[in-house]
Design a protein around this ligand. Structure first.
Ligand SMILES: C[S@@+](CC[C@H](N)C(=O)[O-])C[C@H]1O[C@@H](n2cnc3c(N)ncnc32)[C@H](O)[C@@H]1O
Length: 456
């Protein structure tokens, strides 16, 4: 049978007569919850008796009395009282959602009675996402809204102000207990909404998209993506990650390979500056970490020169994540105490820098190893051809592949395995320290935690 398609509502029970039946801890809890809404609560510490629902608006039967519950159901129908019989879904007019409550903010979770366990589990997850500051923040939003409406501010200007307040540091201030600072900030935003014609400056956030798996985005990056007006993303950013952008966000492929004029570095900078000046929250979403071989620094310089506020949300770099996802710890006590990150891209020079770093660290991580033959040849000379190496391709995605071979033969091994970009080269003894785990790909991680057969 399909789940009942319930219609969610939030009831105003102020001064409404509500009846709770039962002498159980649950009945006490329900009474307290109803009382907190300002309802007139009649708590009868027994099972149902005829006439209990007279003049009632809402009733909860939390007694453990099946016969009484059936009679309660019949009276509720006659008296047109909205009844909930705890844990007996088919006797209910309404069911109670799991709740995350922060002052006036209430997030209700319902599985339409399918799985109270799942509703509770999701509530526990949301509890960790929505801190206590959201209570006072909701109240602050309410005060701002009332003032803007009283002042007759047009709806679009109001919406802009709410968006600015939501994206501002007000929640962080409230988290730190600085109620006055948050209120002052809200007032500034309000005042600028009242200045006709003024478009407040937006902001650019350089956010790290991680190496591929959407679970490797930071909480901060997820939050700005949800709020963004426009997202300029690298070609490498996975579609699963782009799905985390809010429904209002305009997505712009700023991949330098997409060939359109707006995807030169200067074109991207100009487009970001224009959008920020129009008041947008602009997210520049860059693979891995924005500052590691990502030209993030150049973008920050250009934005600063243009007077556009900019901040950076670091990301999980492929330089760390690709080896980790292949079971390669870049440092390991007694094996490797130093690690170097280099680019295999010549960038107008030769590969001497790569060789120099390789000689001075225990573990070498090479990003952009497109010229793998040339790179491996140089490293085989510098380090000896037997130094362990691995190529991790499409790390942290379902297509991840790992190839291990001594540096002298890694290029041939990679070719034979027909690896697809992007890939990262790791060189050093750490490649084989966890060989059992390393043999498993990222997507096979479930196998790692499969239950061990019970003894005997
Ligand atoms: C232009 S660099 C940008 C690096 C990025 N800023 C970072 O911190 O991960 C691109 C290189 O990162 C590496 N890379 C990015 N994603 C990867 C992935 N999923 N698997 C393996 N290597 C990856 C590859 O070496 C690729 O050539």
């Amino acid at each position: 049978m399909n789940a009942t398609p319930y219609y969610p509502v939030v009831l105003d029970l102020h001064e409404r007569r509500c009846v709770v039946l039962g002498d159980t801890a649950l009945a006490d809890e329900k009474s307290a919850g109803l009382r907190a809404t300002g309802a007139i609560v009649v708590h009868l510490r027994r099972g149902f008796q005829p006439g209990d629902f007279e003049d009632a608006y809402l009733a909860i039967d939390a007694s453990d009395d099946p016969e009484g519950q059936r009679a309660a159901r019949a009276e509720a129908d006659r008296e047109r009282v909205l009844l909930n019989v705890v844990d007996v879904t088919h006797q209910c007019d309404w069911i109670a959602p799991a709740l995350v409550k922060r002052g006036p903010l209430q997030i209700a979770i319902s599985t339409s009675g399918e799985s109270p366990f799942l509703a509770r589990a999701l509530r526990e997850r949301i509890e960790t996402l929505i801190g206590d500051e959201w209570g006072p923040f909701t109240a602050l939003m309410g005060r701002t809204r009332r003032r803007l409406r009283r002042a007759g501010i047009p709806p679009e200007a109001q919406q802009r102000a709410y968006r600015r307040l939501l994206r501002s540091r007000a929640t962080a201030m409230l988290r730190d207990g600085s109620e006055d600072a948050a209120a002052a900030l809200a007032l500034t935003i309000e005042q600028s909404a009242q200045t006709a014609g003024a478009t407040p400056m937006g902001e650019v956030v350089l956010a790290g998209a991680g190496p591929g798996d959407p679970e490797l985005l930071t909480v901060g990056a997820r939050a700005v993506l949800a709020d963004a007006d426009v997202v300029f993303h690298d070609a490498l950013v996975a579609p699963e990650v782009l799905r985390l952008c809010g429904p209002r966000a305009r997505l712009v492929d700023a991949g330098k390979r997409s060939g359109s004029p707006s995807t030169t570095q200067a074109g991207i900078n100009d487009a970001m500056i224009t959008a920020a000046r129009a008041g947008d929250l602009v997210v520049r979403l860059k693979g891995g970490d924005p500052f590691l071989f990502g030209r993030g620094g150049e973008e920050v310089e250009a934005l600063q020169r243009a007077g556009v506020p900019v901040r950076v949300i670091p990301g999980v770099s492929a330089a760390i994540a690709a080896p980790a996802a292949a079971g390669i710890p870049v440092t390991h006590r007694g094996v490797a105490a130093s690690v170097g990150f280099v680019t295999g891209h010549r960038a107008g020079g030769d590969l001497t820098a790569l060789e120099d770093v390789a000689r001075s660290v225990d573990t070498l991580v090479v990003l952009m190893p497109a010229e793998l033959d040339a790179i491996a040849r140089r490293l085989a000379v510098a380090l000896g051809p037997d130094r362990p190496a691995a190529i991790v391709a499409q790390a942290t995605t379902a297509a991840q592949k790992v190839v291990r071979a001594p540096i002298g033969s890694i290029a041939a091994a990679a070719r034979a395995a027909r690896l697809q970009p992007p890939s990262t080269l790791v060189v050093g003894d750490v490649v084989n320290v966890l060989s059992d785990i390393g043999a498993l790909s990222y997507v096979e991680r479930e196998t790692l935690s499969a239950p061990v057969a019970a003894p005997g």
